[in-house]
Design a protein around this ligand. Structure first.
Ligand code: ATP
Length: 436
């Protein structure tokens, strides 16, 4: 059986993963075992109505068999899951009502934009639903149809939009996966020793803990939530080791989630003419307009392929990444990875592969008149130069140029401080299957 929960929190309180922890406790109280790690499934990062990271929580449960799996601790009690599930009939309709009623106290129902959804299904939904959820926009109605066809049960609150994330999360097949260990506290006193965060960030399988370029601790959330810290990595054992290396204020519980974070699952290779609003894309093109800095410190340039042209942006929060983008020139060939904004229609760059950036010539001064030795003046772009004193004319080539070497080829990414949950950091790219 699969339980999916989404859209329970608001910007200033709670966290769906904490509801997940309490769902596990409730299920265990009812005599069910957890099967496999609980899952934190991130969906389309461009949906306009998301609170923060567009994440849903999935717990597989039933009668456990196979090996025992340590998944975390709740106020001093160790929590386990089993690796496999024995077949057993469960009345999902009754259970969904019961669980929803018991978890309601964690739902921020007064918040306008919080529209919780709880789904229970005996089987995974078709995988296609996950790919649509992570890459496109879905409606509550079409998801309700899919739930009904599968014989699953659900409970909606208010607009009930949460059933979209909950169902798409149930449809996830973890072809590419990472893990996150989340620690929870009740206290307002929160601290993490930066030196220990820098230390865990050096572990090869751990990613996005610390941003050295901006001296930013990325394991602590910025908004009010029960989460004290979250460590991301490629395997659960290393996360537990990293947790023991951290020095932090007290926390009462922690849980290890299996996730699609850092998998690039949201990205689809497209030609420019195929791009739609709210997509996340990989687009290969040639720089057709040089980068320029606009108000707010954003850097914008344009790429073209044989089907069209689109703007690409490195926004201010991407900090030093903008300096790399600013070095691009017309004619460079690049592959841009990022989410598509509707207005203005721009690719918000997450990372870029610079395929070719040949040396270019840059004019450093106008030519000197070969007749009278004076500096000559330009007659307009591409029209050559004229001597103001004697009227002598020369072509464009007579000016003094220098060759700008580039050495720019390769992958570049936004710093950790600006990373989206789904974006695959370069640090773990070589460890991931089927990377583009
Ligand atoms: P948090 O990450 O803190 O849990 P959040 O960013 O996940 O918050 P939600 O409160 O989950 O924000 O809001 C996202 C909403 O968008 C949910 O209702 C979810 O069901 C819905 N949603 C997710 N993916 C899609 C999609 N592809 N199309 C339409 N709606 C979606």
């Amino acid at each position: 059986m699969y339980l999916g929960i989404d859209d329970t929190d608001s910007r200033d309180g709670m966290c769906t993963t904490y509801v997940g922890l309490h769902a596990i406790l409730k299920l265990q109280e009812l005599g069910y075992d957890v099967i496999g790690y609980p899952r934190l499934v991130r969906l389309n990062p461009n949906v306009p109505w998301k609170t923060r990271g567009n994440g849903s929580v999935i717990v597989r449960f039933g009668a456990g068999t196979g090996k025992k799996l340590f998944i975390g601790e709740y106020r001093g009690t160790r929590l386990y899951a089993y690796t496999r599930e024995k077949k057993r009939q469960i009345d999902s309709k009754e259970l969904v009502e019961y669980l929803a009623r018991n978890l309601e106290k964690f739902f921020m129902l007064d918040e306008k934009n919080t529209n919780p959804g709880v789904v229970i299904s005996a089987k995974k939904f078709p995988e296609k639903l996950y790919w649509r959820g992570v890459r496109e926009l879905l409606t509550v109605e079409e998801v309700e149809r899919i739930i009904a066809e599968s014989g699953a049960s659900y409970k909606k609150y208010k607009l009930g939009r949460g059933i979209i994330g909950a169902s798409c999360g149930i449809a996830w097949r973890d072809r590419r996966r990472t893990y996150e260990l989340l620690a929870y506290t009740d206290s307002d006193t929160r601290s993490v020793d930066p030196a220990t965060v820098k230390e865990i960030d050096r572990i090869p399988s751990i990613f996005d803990s610390y941003d050295p370029e901006n001296d930013y601790i990325a394991i602590m959330p910025n908004s009010r939530t029960p989460v004290l810290f979250g460590i991301r990595g490629l395997n659960p054992q290393e996360l537990i080791r990293a947790k023991s290396m951290l020095r932090t204020s007290p926390y009462h519980s922690y849980l290890i989630y299996e996730t699609n974070q850092g998998t690039d699952d949201h990205l689809v290779r497209k030609n420019i003419s195929e791009i739609e609003d709210y997509n996340s894309v990989i687009v290969k093109g040639t720089v057709s307009k040089n980068p320029r800095r606009i108000e707010g410190g954003h850097v914008i340039f344009e790429i073209s392929d044989r089907t069209g042209t689109i703007s690409c942006a490195a926004y201010e929060p991407t900090k030093g990444f903008r300096n790399t983008i600013a070095r691009l020139r017309v004619g460079d060939v690049v592959e841009v990875y990022g989410g598509v904004r509707k207005e203005p229609r721009t690719i918000n760059i997450e990372k870029i592969r610079i395929i070719s950036a040949p040396p270019y010539r840059e004019k450093i001064s106008n030519p000197t008149c070969p007749n009278c030795g004076r500096k000559m003046e330009s007659m307009g772009a591409g029209k050559g130069y004229r001597c103001r004193k004697c009227g002598y004319k020369v072509g464009e080539e007579a000016a003094e140029y220098r060759v700008v070497e580039r050495e720019l080829e390769g992958f570049y990414e936004v710093p950790t401080i600006a990373r989206r949950h789904l974006a695959m950091p370069l640090k773990i790219m070589k460890n991931m299957r089927n990377v583009f």
